[in-house]
Design a protein around this ligand. Structure first.
Ligand code: ABN
Length: 169
């Protein structure tokens, strides 16, 4: 142990002889600046951006509670998720709105069913629940409508369901 103490002491003394305090502080400053700038270096992060969406099994199940008033292909089966359109499609600004009961917390939620537009129909996971739907003669209460009609690309691809808030009693 004594030998180790002596070795460390000798090394420290010889370092102190060779370097001034100013030099030591400058090196320390350089080291800290380098460490701080490291995250700013141009690292290729595109791999993350191109990762495909990973929807949960619930989102791909037509019986999922928030799909209670949907009529269309589930975007979670078409390259998107239950809340995001698949790449290459755009969300419709006009939508069909439903009120669904969440059995987990016992509350009712307002859900917006936006169509994703710009590609031919997805064709997977067709889901038709229609809770609260009225016949077509009341267009505003019917969900069998292509909401892509207001988009520049009016092809219907799939539907997402976005929770807007808790429904007040
Ligand atoms: N809102 C879904 C949909 C799209 C096209 C035709 C019928 C229903």
């Amino acid at each position: 142990m004594k030998n180790l103490d002596r070795l460390v002491e000798n090394r420290a003394r010889s370092l102190a002889k060779r370097t001034s305090r100013r030099c030591l502080l400058a090196s320390l400053g350089q080291l800290l600046t380098g460490a701080a700038l490291l995250p700013l270096l141009p690292i290729d992060r595109t791999a993350r951006a191109q990762e495909p969406a990973r929807p949960s099994a619930d989102e791909q199940n037509c019986q999922y509670w928030k799909y209670c008033a949907i009529d269309g292909f589930l975007c979670a089966c078409c390259g998107g998720t239950s809340t995001s359109c698949p790449p290459g499609t755009q969300s419709s600004p006009i939508t069909w709105i439903g009120t669904c009961h969440n059995p987990t917390d016992g509350r009712d939620y307002i859900v917006s069913y936006n169509d994703c537009c710009g590609k031919v129909s997805c064709g997977d996971c067709f889901c038709e629940r229609n809770e609260g739907e009225k016949p077509m003669y009341r267009l505003s209460r019917n969900n069998d409508v292509n909401w892509c009609m207001a988009n520049s690309e009016s092809n219907y691809h799939c539907s997402v369901s976005v929770i807007l808030g808790v429904a007040e009693k």
